[in-house]
Design a protein around this ligand. Structure first.
Ligand SMILES: [Zn+2]
Length: 293
């Protein structure tokens, strides 16, 4: 059964997959708007063994695998591989967590622009097409530092997808929509990483804003499972501002982030930080650094 997210950025969608008598929830992340929908199903779990090429061996069980890229996708494959983006996320979380989880980050050609988490196969499919589409959006919008922004979106999205895996595999309790909780996990992991982590979250916020612009006001699905793209963009800006108001004061521009909302952001960031820290405390591999106690 598909639950599609309709028009708008729809970078995420959830699929209700039935495996044997068990129901499992899979969330896929892809970008897409009215003009370029990228929703697709997470593929059924493959029984074939994989050959992870890197980054296995940590306490969260994250591993990385690269698969063949078509001729038009080699830039994206090389981009991921040269920058070691999946490896970086895997290494970070493997070092941070000691949890009975297994998540394979699998870079591959998909035939569509997605990143998806398959709870049956316990893998995140990082589609080369997704990487290329994000790069093209930034380039078309005339942004500077296109590759850095693209890398930031990839990192943010990987953390988002791994959040689905952690929530499901560890049966973590939460309230609110899972997609929002997964976004908050990305902020929770990225913002303590300093300037580079902040840049990644801001790139993701910008990317959401671009999809919102592309969809226009008529393309917003208020009944979808995901918070609308413009609001997801504002949420990330809020978390970033809330993590260090004096540093990120310029984010309160009255357009992407209002002054009224900004007044709440320190508390919002504190709440998500406290929530995720408490959820993961039983699985902490060591003392976390960079987070307030
Ligand atoms: Zn998601």
């Amino acid at each position: 059964m598909w639950i599609t997210s309709g028009p708008g950025r729809a970078r995420d969608l959830c699929v209700l997959a039935l495996a044997a008598a068990m129901a499992a929830t899979a969330c896929a992340t892809g970008t897409g708007g009215p003009a370029r929908s990228r929703e697709r199903a997470a593929e059924p779990s493959s029984a074939s063994p994989s050959s992870p090429s890197a980054s296995r061996g940590g306490g969260a069980g994250l591993s990385v695998e690269y698969r063949h890229a078509g001729e038009g996708e080699r830039w994206a494959r090389d981009f991921l591989r040269d920058r070691k983006l999946p490896q970086e996320v895997a290494r970070h979380l493997n070092g941070q967590l000691d949890a009975p989880t297994a998540v394979r980050l699998r870079a591959r050609s998909c035939g569509s622009s997605d990143i998806s988490y398959d709870p049956v196969g316990k893998r995140v499919d990082v589609c080369y097409e997704f990487v290329d589409e994000v790069r093209a959006m930034f380039a078309d919008a005339g942004r500077t530092d296109v590759e850095e922004r693209t890398a930031g979106v990839v990192r943010e999205t990987l953390y988002h997808e791994v959040a689905h895996a952690l929530l499901g595999q560890l049966d973590l309790p939460y309230v609110g929509r899972e997609e929002d909780v997964a976004d908050q996990f990305a902020a929770y992991e990225l913002l303590p990483q300093g300037r580079r982590g902040s840049a990644a979250l801001l790139a993701a916020a910008d990317n959401y804003a671009l999809y919102a612009e592309e969809a226009g006001p008529d393309g917003v699905d208020l009944s979808g499972e995901h918070t609308p793209d413009a609001a997801r963009s504002a949420n990330y800006r809020c978390y970033l501002y809330g993590s260090a108001p004096a540093t990120h004061e310029r984010l309160v521009d009255g357009t992407h982030l209002s002054e009224d909302r900004a007044e709440l952001c320190v508390d919002e960031y504190g709440d998500l930080e406290r929530g995720w820290k408490k959820l993961l405390a039983p699985y902490a591999a060591g003392k976390r650094t960079g987070h307030r106690s």
